[in-house]
Design a protein around this ligand. Structure first.
Ligand SMILES: NC(=O)c1ccc[n+]([C@@H]2O[C@H](COP(=O)([O-])OP(=O)(O)OC[C@H]3O[C@@H](n4cnc5c(N)ncnc54)[C@H](OP(=O)(O)O)[C@@H]3O)[C@@H](O)[C@H]2O)c1
Length: 209
């Protein structure tokens, strides 16, 4: 049975994913900067490591087989946090994973991270950070799955997704619950692979990923 480190386990997707893995009786190591934010999680199959991602968080990787990076600086912070979290913490996470012989690294990236020049928007610095972090992971030698969700919504899980970008931009969205269920599915069947795909609400079963 895998032991999965979830980086950003107090976040919306990170916490949902932790709960799903716990319900599958999979061991979870939850990396957070404030453990009080996990008070609603069951103690079962859970280890909490309290550490800020702006520091050295390598210790959290000890004994883990796989990693889910679900952290992010969020839309209410500036370019400094975009660099420190979305780029630098993600880069350090891949380095620590390599040092700890992690078998599988699942990265929550973003639609648009493949080609930040494709759109002119205020999101461009964030997309550049995500792009560079993804490229670093791709070149790390680790097995990885890079998931690039569309715009996140708070709708309930439909459990149906698509990896094909919708032709209408306004349809390029996915519920956080669908993302979390997809991450839990990917984490429950670790394999030696290198995969990158965008993710949207759709009509395919999550189990088809
Ligand atoms: N919003 C979108 O439409 C969209 C689209 C595609 C991809 N994404 C990506 O999906 C990710 C997950 O989404 P979400 O809604 O679950 O995000 P969220 O709720 O904002 O969660 C972000 C997580 O990162 C953690 N974090 C930030 N800075 C940290 C630090 N210095 N040390 C430790 N932890 C830190 C937060 O911890 P605290 O709880 O302590 O703040 C939280 O656990 C986003 O961050 C983004 O990169 C978003």
């Amino acid at each position: 049975m895998s032991k999965t480190l979830i980086i950003g386990a107090s976040g919306q997707i990170g916490k949902m994913t932790a709960k799903l893995l716990q319900s599958q009786q999979q061991q979870v190591v939850a990396l957070v900067r404030d453990k009080s934010k996990l008070s609603d999680l069951s103690d079962s199959f859970l280890t909490i490591v309290e550490q800020d991602l702006e520091g050295d968080f390598s210790q959290a990787f000890t004994g883990c087989d796989q990693v889910i990076f679900a952290a992010g600086s969020g839309g209410n912070t500036g370019a400094d946090k975009t660099i420190l979290i979305d780029l630098w913490a993600a880069t350090k996470a891949a380095n620590y994973a390599k040092d700890h012989d992690i078998k599988n690294f699942i990265m929550v990236s973003s639609i648009g991270a493949d080609d930040p020049d494709a759109i002119e928007s205020e999101l461009k610095p964030y997309l550049v950070a995500k792009h560079r972090a993804d490229e670093h992971l791709k070149q790390s030698g680790l097995n990885y799955t890079i998931v690039r969700p569309g715009a996140l919504t708070d709708e309930s899980a439909s459990m149906k997704i698509s990896t094909e970008r919708p032709s209408d931009r306004s349809d390029a969205k996915i519920s956080r619950e669908n993302v979390a269920n997809s991450l839990a599915h990917i984490a429950s069947k670790p394999s030696s692979k290198k995969a990158i795909f965008e993710l949207f609400d759709g009509d395919q079963a999550i189990s088809s990923l």
